[in-house]
Design a protein around this ligand. Structure first.
Ligand code: IPM
Ligand code: MG
Length: 377
C-alpha cells in the first residue's frame, strides 16, 4: 500500500525517538513492499523558535492531509516561563483539537523480563494488561480559563482597577472542567467497543462525589452501557483508582476517563511497565487518520545524549500500522520484534537497572534486525 505519514519530532528526545520510529517504518515498508512517504513538520518549541507559533498552519494542514502522524514530544525549559503567552504544549493541544482526536488509547502491558524494572513487587504485575481510554479534546484542558489576575474572581465583572497585589487583593486564576453528554457518549462507546475485543470489563473513572461534570460523566456512561450488556461496567473514583492501580493492577481491563485524570493515571500506570519509555499511545477521531506518540515527554535532562528509550515510539508505530493503515501483520511483527530484543536482554538505561545498556539508535537497529530475522525464519 501507499501511505503518507507526517512526522512531528518536536523537542528534546522527541527528535531522537522519532528517528527510530521512522527507521522501523522504513524497514516495514521494505520488508512488506509498501510505499511510505514521510513529511517532517515543526510543532512545539522548535516551531515557536522558527515561526513564533507552536502549531504553524502548514503543520496542521499537512497533518490533516496525512494518513497518519507520528509525533515525538514537545516542550523544554527554554519555553517553560510561566509568564510566556505562547507555549509548546499549545501546539500539541491544538493538533489534538484541530484533528478532533477525541480518544487517546494508552495500552499498558507488562513484559515479563522487565518486571524488575518496575518499582512494584513482581507478584503484583502478574497478568497486568490494561488499556486506558482517555478523553482528549474536552474537560479541564479545553474549558474556559483565566490566567492570574488580581482580585478578578468574577469573570463577568468589569476589569479591576489598579494592581491587586499593591491593594492587597488575592491573585486568582481558574480553569473549567466541562463535559457535554455527546462528548462523554462517544468516548464511552469507544471504551465499550474496545472492551469487546478484550476481557469485556470497563472501569469508568471520575470524581462524581465532588464534580458536577463527573456526575454527568457517570450518568452518560451508565446509559451507554445498556447498549453493551455483554460488557461489565464499574465506576470508580479517581483517588481510589490511583490506589487500586498499584494494589491490584491486573483487575483492570479498559479504563475510560476524562482528559486530566487520564493524563495522571497513565503516568502512574507506566510504572507498572517499568518506564515511561515503554508506553505508546494512539489518538483517534472519527476517521482512520490518527496521531501516534509515546506518552513520555521531551526529557530535557537526557536530550541530545542518544540514550532515550525509543521503544514507546516504536510501539506507537505498531499502533499506527494497526489502527490507521490496517496493516495488522506488520503491526504484530513490530511488537514481536520488540519482544524479541527484550528477550535477548537489549536494554536502554531506563530499563537496564544499572546493568549494561545500549543507546537510542542501537535499540532501533536491534528491533529492525529482529524484524528481519523473524521474516527469514
Ligand atoms: C501527555 C502530556 C501532555 C498532556 C502535555 C505535554 C500537554 O503530558 O500527552 O500525556 O498533558 O496531555
Ligand atoms: Mg502526560
Amino acid at each position: 500500500m501507499h501511505a503518507n505519514i507526517v512526522t512531528l519530532p518536536g523537542d528534546g528526545i522527541g527528535v531522537e525517538v522519532v528517528a527510530e520510529g521512522v527507521k522501523l517504518l522504513r524497514a516495514v515498508a521494505d520488508a512488506y513492499c509498501h510505499t511510505f512517504t514521510f513529511g517532517e513538520h515543526m510543532m512545539g518549541g522548535c516551531a515557536i523558535d522558527a515561526t513564533g507559533d507552536p502549531l504553524p498552519d502548514e503543520t496542521l494542514a499537512a497533518c490533516r492531509a496525512a494518513d497518519a502522524v507520528l509525533l515525538g514530544a514537545v516542550g523544554g525549559p527554554k519555553w517553560s516561563d510561566p509568564a510566556a503567552e505562547v507555549r509548546p504544549e499549545q501546539g500539541l493541544l491544538g493538533l489534538r483539537k484541530g484533528l478532533e482526536l477525541y480518544a487517546n488509547l494508552r495500552p499498558v502491558q507488562i513484559y515479563p523480563m522487565l518486571r524488575d524494572a518496575s518499582p512494584l513487587h513482581p507478584s503484583r504485575l502478574e497478568g497486568v494488561d490494561l488499556m486506558v481510554v482517555r478523553e482528549l479534546t474536552g474537560g479541564i484542558y479545553f474549558g474556559n480559563r483565566q490566567e492570574a489576575a488580581a482580585g478578578d474572581d468574577d469573570p463577568s465583572a468589569s476589569p479591576s482597577t489598579g494592581s491587586g497585589q499593591a491593594s492587597g487583593q488575592a491573585l486568582v486564576a481558574y480553569d473549567t472542567m466541562i463535559y457535554s453528554a455527546p462528548e462523554v457518549e462517544r468516548i464511552a462507546r469507544k471504551a465499550f467497543e474496545l472492551a469487546r475485543l478484550r476481557r469485556r470489563h470497563v472501569t469508568s473513572v471520575d470524581k462524581a462525589n465532588v464534580l458536577a461534570s463527573s456526575r454527568l460523566w457517570r450518568q452518560v456512561v451508565t446509559e451507554i452501557a445498556k447498549d453493551y450488556p455483554d460488557v461489565t461496567l464499574e465506576h470508580m473514583l479517581v483517588d481510589s483508582a490511583a490506589m487500586h492501580l498499584l494494589r491490584r493492577p491486573s483487575d483492570f481491563d479498559v479504563i475510560v476517563t476524562g482528559n486530566m485524570f487520564g493524563d495522571i493515571l497513565t503516568d502512574e500506570a507506566s510504572m507498572l511497565a517499568g518506564s515511561m519509555g515503554m508506553l505508546a499511545s494512539a489518538s483517534q477521531g472519527a476517521g482512520s487518520n490518527g496521531v501516534y506518540e509515546p506518552i513520555h515527554g521531551s526529557a530535557p535532562d537526557i536530550a541530545g545524549q542518544g540514550i532515550a528509550n525509543p521503544l514507546a515510539t516504536i510501539l506507537s508505530v505498531a499502533l499506527l500500522l494497526r489502527y490507521s493503515l490496517s496493516l495488522l501483520t506488520e503491526a504484530q511483527a513490530v511488537e514481536d520484534a520488540v519482544l524479541s530484543v527484550l528477550e535477548q536482554g537489549v536494554r536502554t538505561p531506563d530499563i537496564a537497572g544499572g546493568g549494561p545498556s545500549v543507546g537510542t539508535a542501537e535499540m532501533g537497529d536491534q528491533v529492525v534486525a529482529a524484524l528481519g530475522r523473524a521474516l527469514q525464519a
